[in-house]
Design a protein around this ligand. Structure first.
Ligand SMILES: [Zn+2]
Length: 199
């Protein structure tokens, strides 16, 4: 009987392992992966909630490596003297490098409450990340649809795994709360604000 390989902590039996997409083994593996995604996305949502409480744009990020959290980050500086470098993913990446952990970045899964922007997506790729999971799509500035195949050799052959809409309703709720608060000026009256508030 095969055991789920998608999480070190998941020991759900998978029948005979399954050979077709509709067979029980494959179904169980998908379920395990989904459970793992939700487990880490909840922690990213906690980070986002902290940002929201402090008046920042509610993006939170978690780096998972072999079923362990190795870095977290949340959005900073989205009000006052705004800068567009302190995105949650960049903050988490810096935290990882500051920790001096030596690990295979290709094994890390990045969980973000919002689809990474072009800057964060590119920075994660250049640093070796190949697995990205997000909650709420960024209909205005999402960068994960970048056509890698049309780029230079360093990028065009990358195999990148992107999973969206994990706990999407919870992610959406935080952005709705942010945009509904008139005290928050960041991206107010933007396409993203309109897209979010009409849902
Ligand atoms: Zn970003």
């Amino acid at each position: 009987m095969a055991v789920c390989s998608s999480s070190a902590r998941c020991h759900a039996p998978h029948g005979n392992g399954g050979r077709g997409a509709g067979e029980p083994g494959i179904q169980e593996e998908k379920k395990c992966a989904m459970n793992r995604h939700e487990k880490y996305m909840k922690i990213a949502l906690d980070q986002a909630r902290q940002a929201l409480v402090l008046g920042d744009f509610p993006v939170g990020c978690v780096f998972e490596y072999r079923d362990e959290i190795v870095a977290t980050g949340r959005r900073f500086n989205s009000f006052g003297r705004v800068n567009e470098m302190d995105h949650a993913e960049m903050v988490a990446l810096r935290a990882l490098f500051d920790s001096d952990r030596r690990l295979d970045i290709g094994e890390i899964t990045v969980y973000s409450t919002m689809e990474p922007c072009l800057m964060c997506f590119a920075t994660l790729l250049v640093n070796g990340v190949r697995k990205i999971v997000y909650s709420y799509e960024d209909a205005m500035g999402g960068g994960t649809n970048l056509p890698l195949r049309m780029l230079s050799p360093l990028y065009r052959d990358l195999e990148v795994e992107i999973t969206g809409a994990i706990l999407r309703e919870q992610g959406l709720a935080l952005f709705k709360e942010f945009f509904a608060n008139p005290e928050n000026n960041y991206l107010a009256d933007s396409l993203l604000a309109a897209y979010t508030l009409k849902q």
